[in-house]
Design a protein around this ligand. Structure first.
Ligand SMILES: Cc1cc2nc3c(=O)[nH]c(=O)nc-3n(C[C@H](O)[C@H](O)[C@H](O)COP(=O)(O)O)c2cc1C
Length: 175
């Protein structure tokens, strides 16, 4: 059985990316899913000076443990000003300071993004696709959900049949 870690790359406690990630992770067959909520794990902003004073926060080590226990990551990124959510980037910065570690530790990942806009987080997805590989991410597939509020229903999930079929095909290929 696959152990999946679902991550919304956002500090919002109403994150639409967390909703998409959790929904997608639950589409996998024969899988157990752990749900990571960044909004409940607030970290101080990284600096080398702070690191000298407080060391590695326990919350970062907890996240790393969840990541390392997982066989697969389903990660959906919020787009803020065309880039990663600052809180999620901060988490990655902390993780990258663990000696001898590549941040994602070669984990296979389904990388996604959604936003209320028509581009569906295309900019952050493009940035992450390039930069996460250097951080040891094994990106197996990508998916963008545009116009979240029109295409996603909290109870039904993705309601656009074309986009749903696209995601189902991706998940089937990863099962
Ligand atoms: C500071 C800020 C910047 C944003 N920048 C973008 C952007 O560049 N592109 C975009 O599509 N949406 C942008 N948005 C809208 C977000 O996509 C929207 O807030 C979405 O809900 C973020 O995902 P989340 O709910 O998972 O945090 C921005 C929102 C905020 C608050």
């Amino acid at each position: 059985m696959k152990n999946i870690l679902s991550i919304g790359g956002s500090t919002s406690n109403k994150s639409i990316n967390k909703k998409l990630a959790d929904y997608t992770a639950l589409m996998f067959k024969d899988a157990t899913v752990q749900f990571y909520d960044l909004s409940q794990n607030e970290l101080p902003i990284f600096s080398v000076q702070l690191e000298e004073v407080i060391g590695m926060p326990e919350l970062v080590l907890d996240f790393v443990e969840l990541m390392d226990e997982a066989d697969f990551l389903v990660l959906s990124l919020a787009e803020n000003n065309g880039n990663l959510n600052a809180g999620f980037k901060n988490l990655l910065d902390w993780v990258s300071r663990i000696p001898g570690r590549k941040t994602f530790n070669e984990k296979p990942i389904l990388l996604m993004a959604t936003s209320p806009g028509a581009r569906g987080g295309a900019s952050v997805l493009e940035i992450a696709e390039k930069s996460f590989k250097r951080l040891g991410a094994d990106i197996k597939s990508t998916f963008s959900l545009p116009s979240f509020n029109e295409n996603f229903d909290v109870e039904k999930g993705i309601v656009n049949s074309v986009l749903l079929a696209e995601l189902q095909t991706i998940v089937k290929g990863l099962n």
